[in-house]
Design a protein around this ligand. Sequence first.
Ligand code: SF4
Length: 675
Amino acid sequence: MPKFVWSICPYCGTGCGIKLKVEDNKVVAVEPSKEHPVSKGELCIKGATVDKVINHPERLKKPLIKKKGKFVESSWEEALNLITEKFTKIKETYGSNSIGIFASAKCTNEECYLTQKFARIVIGTNNVDNCARLCHAPSTSALAEVLKKSAMTNSFEDLSQSNCILIFGSNPAETQPIGFNRLLECKKYKGKIVVIDVLRTSTADKADIFLQINPGSDTVLVAGMIKAILEEKLESKKFISQRTNGFDELKKSVEKYSWNEIEKITGIEKEKIREIALLYAKSDKAAIINGMGITQKTTGVENALCLADLMLLIGHVGKPGSGINPLRGCNNVQGCCDMGCLPDLYPGYTEITEENIRSFEKIWKVKDLPIKTGLTEVEMIAAIPEKIVCLYVIGENPMISHPNLNEIEENLKNLEFLVVQDVFLTETAQLADVVLPAAIFAEKRGTFTSLERRVQLANKAVDPKGEAKEDLEIIILLAQKLGFKDSFDYKNSEEVFEEIRKCVPQYSGITYNKLRIKGIQWPCDEKNPNGTKFLFENDFFGGKKATFYPIAYRKFEQKNDYPFYLITHRTLEQYNTGTFSRRVDVLNKIKPENLLEINKRDAYKLSIKDGDLVKLISEYGEMKIKVKISHRVKEGVVATANHFTEMQVNRLISSELDPVSKTPEFKKCRVKIEK
Ligand code: SF4
């Protein structure tokens, strides 16, 4: 008789509920869960085919050690001994800060928590980070600055009752498809969906209003919206005086822009900007959603700050169907950040201060925790070999996901020691000295936190393939071998979770027992024993006022030699670096290759036809790619996805970073095209 085991989809942050059908210790099918509060019996094509990933023949089943340039299978004992010896020697020779750790936003909260604890206690460094750095770190920085909390303020459930949803630079129809279905439900209540994007996406196709803006003009578009709201005196004076600071500075910053300038920079007529501004301002419940079109930029934090300004101007926060809601990518990127896998924050977003460090030393019963802020993922790779000589990469694939891949490849090859722990032999794992085979989500028990702050318990359905082990077990074994038995003495994930409750105030009221099918949205504590559907009802974090930030626009200079803007994006059938989705035949059949979308006028000027092979060249690299003439891009803009190892578009992307969040610029790369 088959059994059904409750779990959570491992792809995107929507966190859909799945039932794994198990026969003879094998997952034979995936079914949606009707009881789940967000997915309600639906799954997208990636979630519905995830059993093909669990059972894929290329799963890693034994540790691998590179000897004379080739991988050789080894025992766990040999692999862990080698890592222990190398980590110890590197620490002694170069110091703790010469080692960096990449945490995985696909691992459970318990595993993420132990990853940062391993970095801080065992290695003695704050060099620990996760892939949020590549996508939503600007949202995190901006919301932490303005609201003192960084997460989606509301829930899919209450957004489905919104009267107006503004979607900035996000394509949830493809990146969070089931979450998008919940947003579409607002139309039942006569809600309107407005999409503002550089690309005419599948989400734009379903919107009531779509504004196709010029690349890099997001802040000016929002300045225009704020200007229109102020001209109509629709700002909420009560909310501004009671719950905010800095309104006058915001007003002055907006007054600097004339309507002529706004129209010219954004490429959108004044009347259209006024229309969406007044719709947002006059709606009873109105929400803002943002995606990586806003954040994956050198101006990512400024972009996210101006969205918060817009929300505060009307006071569309602290009530159902409102707020500001970054749609985060990976299934546990929220949890990975909550757990403190960040170089500047301990668990629960605790700032690194003497006082806070002392309190963690008490809880963890250790001394001398590192106080120096660590390096981000991108900084760690850039610091090879001068400052960083060793990386321990858990469940990440920087050889596809990071910008400027030519430089990344060269730097990773220059490491003295690289350990990769993953489910498959990824492009990054191929460069490693030691590869540790990890269990996949269906082979372990633990919690994942979805993008709407919903902490959910996933159960173990089957045993790990071959000799693969849970990341939790691997980290514990390594920590113990390195002499930290007492600090890493856990029987199971629930014991780790009990410690998390002491370190992460937002999780203090959550227990495994409470996390039935619906999960719980943090904060869940003494004040909110059943969790919190939406944030900031009565006040902002710590009773503080939120702050308006003046709108700042930084012009991005186009270069004559590189006349096109390249935008990278995601597709429904593939996912991130393709580690999972590229191994599913049905997904590859639907989306077999990467194409470069180009406007028909540009194609005409370059004498390019559909299907032609062109060379796409930036200052950092080049690639060959087939062309698709498309109405989705404006003149001067080309677009392609980033999931394909055969066409690594990130080889073209620069290493320029947002100065605050250190997030790379993936959305506006200067390129030229040669036939
Ligand atoms: Fe999985 Fe996201 Fe699809 Fe849901 S929407 S099934 S979480 S990939």
